[in-house]
Write a protein that binds this ligand. Structure first.
Ligand SMILES: Cc1cc2nc3c(=O)[nH]c(=O)nc-3n(C[C@H](O)[C@H](O)[C@H](O)COP(=O)(O)O)c2cc1C
Ligand SMILES: [Fe+2]
Ligand SMILES: [Fe+2]
Length: 395
């Protein structure tokens, strides 16, 4: 057999994942400019073999072949399902069929999901709880519940003897290339984008998970997307900052404009903030990549939303951005809404309605009839200066 690419990450521990170079969209929502990987890992213990997670549907045979390169897959004793989402669990039915004596290891909630999504028979499932350990002889697997990171059933698996944390979606990045994170250019930028898209809504639970794993002697973090962290400190440090909601003197601008009025207002705001030394992320919603927008919201102290009125409400792209903002729950403290209307208006009202439950410290609003006058532009410059002060003071 020609060598299907497998990668040794520790003694008797192998990466048997798949690189999906050409995948360009995830969850029908998130663009993947760099593709992604579905990382699965094979652990060969003296008294048992375990497969940690599987791969996306469509790659079942590739996973099987990779495992065959190392062991006879029929000998696998445990298939650990850290997470039930199909990008990691999609090949479970295939692998459970081949590894006919294997038990599926998952949380109580994961057990229900395995039955619903993958029709795994109950008698083949072994439920584990926080801190349960399964021994493979010379390798011990400890399970750590990590609810909502990314789904309620999610857990991590910690290989004690080698200090490897199999963290599933947590600590991941959608990047197809690179074995180790220290070899990938701008890895933390990709990880920030991924955090913004996937983990940011669950900052409190992420903090709890970080506390739970703080006592472990982690040498390697092996997530289920993107490269492996053999130097865990950079990603751990970044996750600590992001989970606590540490922001920077930075504003994210997201806007759309049909005839240039909101565009002029937003640019006046951007110019002012830039001259005041505020870092800016500028997103025209017509062309922006929402993953990039999510990345910028991770550490922005302020958001400026530009939303003209269309048919009595806000432009649909601005509604989408406001809704996405609310759903992603970034640590943003200050907001400015800028809008232009032709006759009755309605955009600001609708954006405020979408964002009504979001606890900003301060929201400033300007709704203008038609194109902005010189006076309005001066007013926006004043708003910008005041916003810059708030961003710098950060209180
Ligand atoms: C398709 C369309 C629908 C609109 N619907 C409304 C509306 O219901 N109420 C209103 O006050 N203005 C409405 N307007 C006018 C715009 O809000 C107005 O021209 C505004 O200045 C556009 O801002 P912009 O130049 O940033 O696109 C509409 C404009 C368009 C093109
Ligand atoms: Fe997931
Ligand atoms: Fe995933």
């Amino acid at each position: 057999m020609y060598g299907r690419n497998v990668m040794k990450i520790a003694e008797n521990v192998y990466w048997v994942g798949i690189r999906d170079w050409n995948r360009r969209i995830f969850d029908a929502l998130i663009p993947l400019p760099k593709g992604t990987t579905y990382n699965a890992y094979l652990i060969i213990g003296r008294n048992g073999k375990a497969l940690i997670d599987t791969v996306n549907p469509g790659f079942e045979k590739d996973l099987e072949d990779k495992i065959r390169n190392l062991v006879n897959p029929e000998e696998i004793d445990y298939i650990v399902m850290n997470h039930a989402e199909p990008d990691h669990a999609g090949a479970i039915p295939h692998m459970m069929r081949i590894a006919s004596k294997a038990k599926l290891i998952t949380t109580a909630m994961g057990a229900k999901m395995a039955q619903v999504y993958y029709h795994t028979p109950q008698e083949r499932i072994r439920i584990v709880a926080d801190n349960d350990v399964i021994s493979l002889g010379d390798k011990s697997l400890r399970f750590i519940e990590a609810p909502m990171l990314h789904w309620p059933e999610t857990m991590f698996t910690y290989l004690e003897e080698d200090g490897i944390l199999f963290s599933c979606d947590f600590f991941g990045a959608h990047v197809a290339s690179g074995a180790y994170s220290d070899e990938v250019e701008d890895l933390l930028v990709h990880a920030q984008r991924y955090w913004g898209e996937i983990m940011m809504p669950f900052r409190t639970l992420a903090q709890r998970a970080l506390e739970k794993i703080a006592s472990l002697n982690i040498k390697t973090i092996a997530p289920s997307h993107g490269p492996i962290h053999r130097k865990p400190e950079p990603i751990l440090g970044a996750y600590r900052r992001w989970a606590t909601g540490e922001t920077r003197p930075k504003a994210t601008i997201a806007y759309v404009s049909m005839w240039g009025s909101t565009d002029a207002m937003v640019k006046q705001m951007a110019e002012t903030l830039a001259s005041e030394g505020i870092e800016l992320a500028f997103h025209n919603l017509l062309v922006t990549d929402v993953g990039d927008l999510a990345k910028d919201l991770v550490d922005s102290r302020a958001v400026v939303l530009g939303a003209p009125t269309v048919l009595g409400g806000a432009h649909p792209l601005a509604v989408y951005a406001a809704y996405l903002f609310k759903a992603l729950r970034p640590p943003t403290k200050f907001a400015v809404i800028l809008s232009s209307y032709g006759w009755g208006g309605g955009a600001v009202r609708q954006i405020q309605e979408v964002l009504k439950d979001f606890k900003f410290k301060d929201v400033d609003v300007l709704e203008v009839n038609g194109p902005p006058t010189e006076e309005i532009m001066r007013q926006i410059a004043e708003m910008g200066k005041s916003l810059a002060d708030k961003i710098k003071e950060n209180v």
